[in-house]
Design a protein around this ligand. Sequence first.
Ligand code: ADP
Ligand code: ASP
Ligand code: MG
Length: 447
Amino acid sequence: MIVMKFGGSSVATADAIARVAEIVRARLDQRPVVVVSAMGKTTNRLLEIARAASAGQRDHALSLLYELRDFHLAESSMERTVEDHFQELSEIVRGLAVLGELTPRSIDAVSSLGERLSSLIVTRTFQRAGLSAVHADARKLIVTDHRHTHAAPQFEPTYARLAGAIPPLAAHSVVVLGGFIAATPEGVTTTLGRGGSDFTASIVGAGIGAREIQIWTDVDGMLTCDPTVLPGGHRVKRISFAEAAELAYFGAKVLHPATVLPAIDKNIPVLILNSRRPEVPGTLITADPIASSNVIKSIACKKNVTVLNLRSSRMFMAHGFLRSIFEVFDRFETSVDMISTSEVSVSLTLDDASQLTDLTAALSQFAEVTVDRDQAIVCLVGENLKTTPGVGARIFGAVRHINVRMVSQGASSLNLGFVVNGSDLLPAVEALHEEFFHELDPEVFDA
Ligand code: ADP
Ligand code: ASP
Ligand code: MG
């Protein structure tokens, strides 16, 4: 068995889904299990609908809902199914408008609709294309905790359910299930966080003991830089799990950061492929470190980062300062991406600034706080960073004209990251890309 995951753009239209059917047909002998995202930008639309409804803009929410329904009607031939799902959604929308509040649990009730629907549409399209296909409800297979909107899978019961349900079906049919969506042990719908369909694919792969996990998307693979920042990067042919995880964590959206965990656990190779150019061999991610004459494998970026600078207001009580800080972040369930410290001052970056006002108020109890918005993280990743001398000099030489702050080398020592002003991101990445990818090791990169 192999797992094939198709992202939003790969199933954005009826034509795109028809192409997916052919990609799957060409691999039937490998007994594919297919995981799909919501169609196109559906998840964003659903979240807009939920926000509008709970803000009391009922009519606006409903008009967005009708637009999204019409899109699904036009791109599928499943009128009854589409109507039923949007009927259910319109009831939730009316409820949210009356209550005027949006809980994480209701967000999941709304945002799960995209994958619930796309998985049914893809199954039917496969059947119409003459494939033997069956639908499986991911909410009956993937068990999570109760952290709605970013639920964590409970691997043991999940693997047991997957191993029991999928292989008998996959023996004679292509099993299709929605990514991103799951449920608590009581059966309440949860989601795995934005971009979580990749994670579903690797959970399924680990649960059924797949030979390979394929992530089909809209780029040729992992590229040497983020194409939304700097186009023209080169495809990385091979990369290690550790490198891919660092890149994903620091912004390479092509892979959800948790994707590699189940794959590492069961040592299953992950392949990133382009559904518009299936002939391109993509990027192979495996456990082995990949030797290369290039010290850096890729440059990841995170935009719209907020930096908090904290200075202990009790100068002589530096002891306990860090503990107090982390206690606050824990209380607000806000994660910190990068941190640099000295005895009485600490800078840290957040990419979720939704709780900023409350966070700042709590931190101000024991620290002077200043906030810098619109910052960006640049992170260079490569296993050879560990062992190659002089890389720091090359990095900071390349960006010598740019104001660099908050430098951090991860404990894994296979990444080196720093923060720049948002407006300096492109020139920084351009200079670094030229420095590190001017020459390419043909074993590892596609020129
Ligand atoms: P999907 O809908 O298939 O899950 P995503 O939009 O989540 O696709 O991820 C693919 C996108 O990731 C690409 O279109 C690209 O813009 C972005 N991306 C960011 N960094 C990288 C990188 N280093 N290599 C390739 N793609 C990247
Ligand atoms: N549809 C979800 C999202 O947009 C999950 C995914 O596509 O991976 O975040
Ligand atoms: Mg994605």
